[in-house]
Structures are given as structure tokens and as C-alpha cells.
Design a protein around this ligand. Structure first.
Ligand SMILES: *[C@@H]1O[C@H](CO)[C@@H](O)[C@H](O)[C@H]1NC(C)=O
Ligand SMILES: *[C@@H]1O[C@H](CO)[C@@H](O)[C@H](O)[C@H]1NC(C)=O
Ligand SMILES: *[C@@H]1O[C@H](CO)[C@@H](O)[C@H](O)[C@H]1NC(C)=O
Ligand SMILES: *[C@@H]1O[C@H](CO)[C@@H](O)[C@H](O)[C@H]1NC(C)=O
Ligand SMILES: *[C@@H]1O[C@H](CO)[C@@H](O)[C@H](O)[C@H]1NC(C)=O
Length: 632
């Protein structure tokens, strides 16, 4: 009995300690010091002796009155709801030291700037909130005298870029004088860089395939172009979160199930794994009709793919780790851009061998986890299909691996106590997900995305087999309504992830584990069915949209758009000097605008860099015997 009582008392005690505040009304919300504040930047640094510092500060209650500070307690309890709230004890400030802390600077000019600033902040926070502060990181300070030092790496990258420019210019000039010549008469090197030639390639309706069967995969263009656009709109507002004026708007977003379409919409990236797996299996099947699959194709396939993806990726990576830091400045520049530049210098090489999704402490091109995961899965799929060739053996192998692939994320979730699906917490957005365990362990790894890839492989094999057997969809047309249901059901699946984070919901770990194992393959099955229906012309509505001719060029530049979009987003947001006031229309404006902008940049990038380098690689290492396996 006593024992029970003690347990009860302990329980009450801990409940009290770990109290969580789910909501605050706006009157109470504004009692908290704002999370972000930036003093005007340019008027400060352009003043004589102007000094502007950005700091991360921790709120602390003054030692003597720790118990009694009701405001501090409220802030702590509110911040404890990490799923949907920012940590309001960690503030970010951009301070014009020479204006605000004049008095403190004048008092003692020899003392450490950090101490001066802390004293200054202490007194202003004490005056307003009866709270004190502690500066928890090194200061980043700027004045008019900022000098940009060029480093050898910058010059190296500049030389490469200038070479590319010169080659493109010679391409134009050469083309101007020789455009009537036949393909075999021209200088092959300069032809690679001919803008006219590449432009024609870009707008060509279908890649030059004499196989009519390939044409039935046309819907991939639409899927790819739209999905990349969605991914870019998702990423477009992430950096805004480090400079938000109305933080309450974001925190309220998590309570509105409709916004979970956006917050949990990250699952759309699974579409690429399906497409990628499907193309690999399909091309290998077509190939095996004429020749045998042998193990020599494994290294050849991998090298070919590496050569196709890496050069333009390397160009973006090189710019990200050198010139990017000089593209702009402002109070947010260090946090949003320079931190990435540093990580890219340290970890860039991991990206080029496609293992960066197994490294957790880097924010260098975080979106490129997908490229690494896709490469790993490609190698896995290639090896699997070449080693296991009979139909029966493939069925068994794929079934076994699929079951394993379902269990892997569930096991991760269960053992490491992760979330059911990756939900971007406000605090982890602030730190670009470096320390988000769900992002790190189940979202971005190769082996945790295996299930969708296996589904893709199965889809590819199935399409090939059904085409061979002249599958006729006529008698299935009466299930059209079920087919049309795929899109709404897909939306329903996305919204389900949101249910795990509603206030007061605390689903058991086992349920989360099961969900995390199932959600990606369920989404994958929906996408596969959608594709299957389009290949065999189930209906004309989805097909009309996704097979629209206009997607072809956008789909071709989608890889370029994908690799450059974060660079653009970061530099746009990094060079602003004020906070953002988020509203729904503004959100739309930013997302759609960024999406379009990225495509607008991707087209020239493709014509001037991606396409020429790809042809150059083809010229130097012809590997005609392997069908070009195009994906992403
Ligand atoms: C907000 O909540 C506080 C305490 O719960 C309450 O005293 C106050 O009246 C509320 N204000 C509004 C506008 O609802
Ligand atoms: C900037 O440089 C000038 C001349 O080099 C110097 O006199 C001035 O003190 C510097 N300003 C700051 C804020 O360091
Ligand atoms: C909020 O940030 C402070 C300071 O960095 C940290 O000590 C505290 O644990 C954080 N709170 C939560 C709920 O993570
Ligand atoms: C200024 O700060 C330094 C270092 O803390 C201290 O030694 C010095 O006495 C201070 N001077 C004044 C005038 O307070
Ligand atoms: C500011 O206040 C905190 C908390 O009381 C204290 O630890 C710190 O030393 C103070 N800083 C200065 C410069 O007085």
C-alpha cells in the first residue's frame, strides 16, 4: 500500500515537473519574448564604426528568484511540447551593438565583446521581462570593413566555370558557321556545347527510341516534373523558419490537419523510388530479350550512372562550397548560407561517392540524401536482377526482400523510439534537421526506403511481362472509379501521418512502428497502380494530365532543378535583412514563385552545363552496349 502511495506521489511529482502546455491564448503568447528579432542591418553597418552582431541566447531566470518566475515557467512548459512548438528559451537576435549597447561599450572598451553584449541584453531583458540571458554560441559580428578573401579553391572553381563558359561560347560560334553540316562532319567536342543543338534536344518530343513500348511510359514525365515542383515548394519555406515574425502562425499550422498535407507531404519523394526501380527493371528486361545479362554489366551500369549524375552535381557542390559564401550578406547569411558552405567543404567528397545519407552532422545540400539513397538502391536492384534471373527465383527473392524491407523501418522506429513518420518539428527545421532522429534513421537512409524501390522493380517487371502478353485492359475499365479513388486515398494516407501529432494524442510505440513500416509501401502501391493504369490506358483523365506533352522538357531538366533549388532558396532567404511575416497567401506566393524560379534557372543550367557534360562523357567513354537507364 505504502509502495503504491510512493509511486503515486512520485508520479504526481514527475507529472508536475514535466508539465506541458499545449496551447496559449494570444494574450499570454505575447508575454513571451519574441523568438526572433533583427535590428535594421544596413543603417547600422554603414554608420561610422557601426557594429552588428547576431547571437543565439538562452533565457535564464535570475538565480535568486528562480522558483517564483512564473513567466519563465510558462515558457519552459510551452517549449516542452517539442512536436509543435519552438523552444522559446532559445532566442535569436540581430543586434546593432553600437546603437543599442552604446552605454555598455563606452563603459569598458577593453572587455570581451561577449561579456559586454550579455550585460546589455541582461539589463534590457530584465527591464522588460524580469528574465536574464546567456549567450550560448560564438558571436558573429559584422561591420563595414568586411573584406572578402579569395581562396585557392575559389579560383579553381572559377577557372572551371570560365572554361565551361568559353566552351559554350565556342559552341555558339562554331555552330553559327557550321550549322548546315551533317552530324558526322562536325567537331564532336564543340557540338556537345552547341546551345542550338542542346535546345533542340531539350524540346524534342520523345527521346529517340524506336521502341514503341517505351512511349507508354510517357506519364513518368508528368509525374517527375510535378513531383519535383512539389518537392521544391516544400523546401521553399524551410529557411523562412529561422526568421519568422509571427511564430504563432507556424505553431498553429501543426494543429490544422489540412496543413499536414504540406508538413507530411514529404512522402511524395517515394514516387521517385518507384519510377527509378521501375525503369531499371524494365530496361533490363528489354535488354535481356536480345542479349544475356551478365555480371559485367554491374560495374558498367554503376559507372555509367555515376558519370551521368555526378558532373553537374559536382559543379553545384563546388559552387556551394566556394563562391556561394560571397553571393550575399546580411544578418541571416551566416546562419543560412555560410554554415552550409563550411559543411560542404568538409563533407563534399562524401556526396560524390553517394554515401552522404549515412552521415548525420552535415547540412551540406541536405536534400541530396535522395540522390545518395537512389544510387544505393540502384546498385542493389542492378545486382539483384542480374544475379537472380529466372522468373520464379525473382519472385521469391523480391517477396522475401520486400518483407524484410517492411520490417526494417518498423524495427528502427521501435528500437530507437522514433516517430511514426518524419514530421518536421519547428526546432529541427531551425537546425536543418541535423539532430532529428526520425529524419536521420528512417527517412533518408537507403535501406529504409527499400520497400518502395522493390515495388518499383516489381512494377517494371510486371509492365514488361504484361506488354509481352498483350494485356488487354478493356474488361477492367469498369473499375475506373476505384482507379480514380487513388488520388484522394493518397491524400488520405498523407493526412494520416498528421493524426500522430494532434494535441493529446500519444499513440503507443508499437503502433508507430507498424505505421512507419507500412506508410511508404502503401503510398508506393498507390503510385504503382496509378502508373500501371496509365501504361495500359485505363482512363483518360489522369492520363491526360500526366502524359501531357508539355511535361517532357520540364521532366528533362528536373534533375538540374533538384540539385540547384536549395542553393537558390538559401541565397534568396539568406540575403534578406528583416523577419518574415507569414500568412497563407504569402506562403503560396513564396512556394509557387520559388518553384517557377527554380525551373527557370534549371533550363539554362541544363543547356549550358548538364547536357554538354553528359554528351562529353558519352564521347569519351562510349558504352553503347548498355541501354541508357534514365531516371530522375
Ligand atoms: C488568456 O488566458 C488567461 C489565463 O488562462 C486568461 O486570464 C485570459 O483572460 C485569457 N485571455 C483571453 C483573451 O482569452
Ligand atoms: C574600418 O577600417 C578603417 C580604416 O581601415 C578603420 O579606421 C576603422 O576603425 C575600421 N572600423 C571598424 C568598425 O573596425
Ligand atoms: C530549449 O533550449 C534550451 C537551451 O538550448 C535547452 O536547455 C532546453 O533543454 C530546450 N528545451 C527543450 C524542451 O528541448
Ligand atoms: C574592463 O574589463 C577588464 C576585463 O574584465 C577589467 O580588467 C578592467 O578593470 C575593466 N575596466 C573598467 C574601467 O571597468
Ligand atoms: C547575465 O545574467 C546571467 C543570469 O543571472 C548571469 O549568469 C550572467 O553572468 C549575466 N551576465 C552579465 C554580463 O552580467
Amino acid at each position: 500500500m505504502k509502495c503504491l502511495f510512493v509511486i503515486l506521489a512520485l508520479h504526481l511529482y514527475f507529472c508536475h515537473v514535466s508539465a506541458v502546455l499545449f496551447r496559449l491564448n494570444s494574450t499570454e503568447y505575447v508575454r513571451m519574448p519574441p523568438l526572433y528579432h533583427l535590428d535594421p542591418y544596413e543603417p547600422c553597418v554603414y554608420k561610422p564604426n557601426g557594429l552588428y552582431c547576431t547571437v543565439e541566447i538562452d533565457l535564464v531566470s535570475d538565480g535568486s528568484t528562480d522558483e517564483g518566475n512564473e513567466l519563465m515557467e510558462m515558457i519552459r512548459e510551452y517549449s516542452a511540447r517539442t512536436e509543435t512548438h519552438f523552444n522559446h528559451t532559445r532566442l535569436h537576435r540581430g543586434i546593432c551593438v553600437t546603437d543599442i549597447c552604446q552605454k555598455y561599450l563606452a563603459q569598458n572598451t577593453t572587455e570581451d565583446l561577449k561579456i559586454v553584449l550579455e550585460g546589455c541584453l541582461n539589463s534590457s531583458f530584465w527591464e522588460k521581462y524580469k528574465l536574464k540571458t546567456r549567450i550560448n554560441e560564438d558571436l558573429v559580428c559584422k561591420n563595414k570593413n568586411q573584406s572578402f578573401e579569395l581562396e585557392p579553391a575559389d579560383i579553381g572553381v572559377a577557372v572551371i566555370v570560365i572554361c565551361l563558359v568559353i566552351l559554350n561560347i565556342s559552341g555558339i560560334i562554331y555552330d553559327y558557321f557550321n550549322f548546315k553540316k551533317k552530324d558526322h562532319e562536325v567537331n564532336k567536342l564543340l557540338r556537345c556545347f552547341s546551345i542550338r543543338h542542346n535546345w533542340l534536344k531539350l524540346v524534342a518530343p520523345v527521346a529517340n527510341r524506336n521502341e514503341t513500348r517505351f512511349k507508354r511510359l510517357k506519364s513518368f514525365n508528368g509525374l517527375r516534373a510535378i513531383t519535383i515542383f512539389l518537392v521544391i515548394t516544400e523546401h521553399a519555406i524551410l529557411p523562412f523558419m529561422v526568421a519568422l515574425d509571427n511564430t504563432l502562425f507556424l505553431e498553429d499550422m501543426y494543429h490544422n490537419i489540412l496543413y499536414h498535407l504540406y508538413l507530411d507531404g514529404t512522402i511524395v519523394v517515394q514516387t521517385f523510388f518507384i519510377i527509378s526501380g521501375c525503369l531499371l527493371a524494365y530496361y533490363l528486361q528489354i535488354w535481356s530479350e536480345k542479349k544475356d545479362l551478365n555480371w559485367k554489366m554491374i560495374p558498367k551500369g554503376i559507372i555509367k550512372r555515376w558519370l551521368r549524375l555526378s558532373p553537374s552535381y559536382a559543379v553545384v557542390l563546388a559552387i556551394s562550397s566556394t563562391w556561394l559564401r560571397l553571393f550575399g550578406s546580411g544578418p541571416l547569411w551566416d546562419q543560412i548560407v555560410n554554415s552550409e558552405v563550411q559543411d560542404c567543404r568538409r563533407d563534399g567528397w562524401l556526396h560524390l561517392i553517394y554515401i552522404n545519407n549515412y552521415i548525420d552532422n552535415s547540412i551540406c545540400m541536405i536534400h541530396s540524401w535522395y540522390l545518395a539513397a537512389d544510387m544505393q538502391l540502384y546498385i542493389f536492384g542492378l545486382v539483384l536482377l542480374i544475379l537472380v534471373q529466372t522468373e520464379y527465383a525473382r519472385k521469391v527473392a523480391l517477396a522475401v526482400i520486400f518483407v524484410i524491407a517492411l520490417i526494417i523501418p518498423a524495427l528502427h522506429t521501435y528500437v530507437q523510439n522514433l516517430n511514426a513518420y518524419f514530421l518536421p518539428y519547428p526546432e529541427s527545421i531551425r537546425s536543418f534537421f541535423v539532430a532529428d532522429p526520425t529524419f536521420n534513421h528512417t527517412y533518408k537512409r537507403g535501406h529504409t526506403n527499400l520497400a518502395s524501390y522493390i515495388l518499383g522493380l516489381v512494377l517494371g517487371l510486371l509492365i514488361h511481362k504484361m506488354q509481352k502478353e498483350k494485356f488487354n485492359i478493356k474488361k477492367y475499365r469498369k473499375f475506373k472509379f476505384l482507379y480514380w479513388a487513388i488520388f484522394p486515398v493518397g491524400i488520405g494516407v498523407i493526412l494520416c501521418s498528421g493524426l500522430f501529432y494532434m494535441d493529446g494524442a500519444s499513440p503507443p510505440l508499437l503502433l508507430k512502428a507498424v505505421y512507419s513500416g507500412l506508410v511508404k509501401p502503401v503510398y508506393g502501391v498507390l503510385v504503382s497502380l496509378l502508373i500501371l493504369g496509365m501504361v495500359f490506358k485505363m482512363e483518360n483523365i489522369y492520363r491526360g494530365i500526366l502524359e501531357w506533352q508539355g511535361w517532357t522538357s520540364s521532366a528533362r531538366v528536373s534533375y538540374s532543378a533538384y540539385i540547384i533549388h536549395m542553393l537558390l532558396i538559401r541565397s534568396i532567404i539568406g540575403s534578406t535583412t528583416t523577419l518574415f511575416h507569414m500568412t497563407f497567401p504569402y506562403l503560396m506566393l513564396i512556394q509557387v514563385g520559388t518553384g517557377i524560379l527554380c525551373y527557370l534557372v534549371a533550363f539554362p543550367f541544363w543547356i549550358l552545363i548538364e547536357a554538354p557534360i553528359a554528351q562529353l562523357v558519352n564521347l569519351m567513354m562510349p558504352m553503347k552496349d548498355i541501354e541508357k537507364v534514365k531516371s530522375n
